[in-house]
Design a protein around this ligand. Structure first.
Ligand code: TMP
Ligand code: MG
Length: 319
């Protein structure tokens, strides 16, 4: 039987509100001035809900280039997986020049806040297709990729080891979803000792002939603005991701927001966007699109703090 005693409601409601505030995510890193949030309260509620559900219900989906890797270091751009292939052992000078010209033409379009994703789409296909054709013409050798990565200035974000190791410890699958080159990506994480068994990759993989020479790229091309198709056709079929309705998504491009579109029956999705370039022009759009925006932050400090909070819940609640 329910007694309607109005004076009891107010204190109960206040106590509940205070309790809710007290149990809300306490993550001091979110107060950094490089962190922007459209709706801080929603972010906190989502993190809290994910914490309650625990590590067993979580999956992490991350972009690679300029998300898990740094954008710049000591004022110099850090190479993407495609740019790591720009190495004298793999391609000649003429090809290198052409690939750089294509980058100078298409990258400004990729990040231009004035264009819609639909408008960018055919141009991205043009960019990727031309670069892949040039790479195929160079007859790149598989056995030289590791050396090219070793001699490159590829660099994962500061704090990457904590990120990868924590996910492994907690048995949380990490899906790296990249429009870069899968073989190079694998080599970067292998050389940094974080290619753990919980890491799954969807990317553009090279197809080598029997002698180990590049002859094509495998499967459907992935570029920055068609990740939704990849999510629906590949990610949704990955069994390790089933039964994990909470998603922490990391990206640096608006196209990365579709990486979780293959997650069926999702409950909570928290999106974190690294705003690396064209900050003033894109800030508003990023804040509108991602739940948490990290402006010119070359570290994994904030994702690591969120992850630590979410995954520490299981021990606490079980205790
Ligand atoms: P991501 O999906 O892992 O971020 O990889 C895609 C990035 O690769 C995208 O931001 C543009 C970049 N890219 C190059 O740097 N050089 C190239 O030649 C191509 C085709 C893409
Ligand atoms: Mg990226």
């Amino acid at each position: 039987m329910v007694y309607h005693i109005p004076w009891i409601y107010t204190p109960v409601r206040s106590v509940l509100a205070i309790w809710h505030q007290l149990t809300k995510a306490e993550i001091p890193e979110l107060a950094k001035c490089s962190v922007l949030m459209r709706d801080r309260s929603r972010v906190e509620d989502t993190i809290y809900a994910m914490q309650r559900a625990g590590a067993g219900r979580l999956q992490v989906i991350s972009d690679f280039d300029m998300t898990l890797t740094r954008f710049a270091h000591n004022g110099k751009r850090v190479p993407t997986t495609h740019n790591i292939l720009d190495h004298r052992l793999l391609i000649d000078e003429d090809c290198s020049k052409k690939i750089r010209e294509l980058l100078n033409t298409y990258y400004p379009i990729e990040i231009d806040a004035g264009w819609t994703a639909e408008d960018k789409l055919p141009l991205m296909v043009e960019w990727w297709t031309q670069v892949h054709e040039l790479l195929i013409q160079q007859r790149i050798r598989k056995d030289l990729l590791a050396q090219a990565v070793k001699e490159s200035s590829a660099m994962l974000r500061e704090g990457y080891k904590v990120f990868f190791d924590r996910l492994t410890e907690q048995q949380v699958p990490l899906l790296i979803f990249s429009a870069g080159v899968g073989d190079v990506l694998e080599e970067v994480i292998r050389q940094n000792n974080v290619f753990h068994p919980n890491v799954h990759i969807i990317s553009n993989y090279m197809d080598f002939d029997q002698t180990g020479v590049l002859r094509a790229f495998q499967g459907q091309l992935i570029h920055t603005f068609n990740k939704r198709e990849g999510a629906l056709s590949h990610a949704s079929g990955l069994r390790v991701l089933q039964g994990r309705p909470n998603v922490l998504l990391l990206g640096d491009s608006l196209g990365d927001l579709t990486m979780a579109d293959g997650v069926s029956e999702h409950q909570n999705i928290l999106t974190i966007g690294f705003l690396n370039d064209q900050m003033d022009e894109r800030k508003e759009l990023y804040v509108k699109s991602f739940d948490v925006v990290l402006v010119k932050d070359e570290t994994m400090e904030v994702p690591n703090a969120i992850l630590k909070y979410i995954t520490s819940s299981t021990d606490k609640l079980d205790a």
